[in-house]
Design a binder for this molecule. Structure first.
Ligand code: HEC
Length: 106
């Protein structure tokens, strides 16, 4: 009995760790991120690339390769333009950008 209980308990303990590793933004609300992104970020990207500005994220030679890159770049832009977001708000925007444009798996 003991021999079978122990491994499954171990698995249960590891599950949350795996979930966190999958998404650096945890389960941040991408819908809230969409709104924040429209408020603070889109206008400048539109000035640079026209259209809806999304070419910034889909252009050839784009800079980002992982989910963590998206989160870090969002944090950098936040501080550059002094949007004043807290880390959980950065997480929402990063979650939105990945869901909508980048589709990174790691
Ligand atoms: C004042 C103009 C401006 C504003 C405002 C701005 N950005 Fe940017 N953003 C840029 C420029 C310029 C680049 C390209 C940087 C480069 O090519 O090195 C960029 C690049 C990016 C990239 C990387 C694109 C890629 O894949 O190569 C992301 C992600 C991004 N911005 C997110 C944001 C977010 C999130 C906000 C809002 C907090 C924001 N930006 C606000 C000008 C802006």
């Amino acid at each position: 009995m003991k021999a079978t209980v122990a491994p499954s308990l171990l698995l249960l303990l590891l599950l949350p760790v795996v979930a966190i590793a999958a998404d650096p933004w945890g389960n941040a609300d991408a819908k809230a991120g969409k709104i924040k992104h429209e408020e603070k970020c889109v206008a400048c990207h539109v000035r640079l690339y026209g259209g809806d500005g999304s070419k910034m994220y889909t252009r050839d030679g784009r800079l980002l390769m992982t989910k963590l890159d998206v989160l870090q770049r969002t944090a950098t832009c936040n501080s550059q333009i002094q949007a004043g977001w807290f880390p959980d708000e950065e997480a929402e925007v990063a979650a939105y950008l990945n869901q909508q444009y980048y589709h990174f798996k790691d």
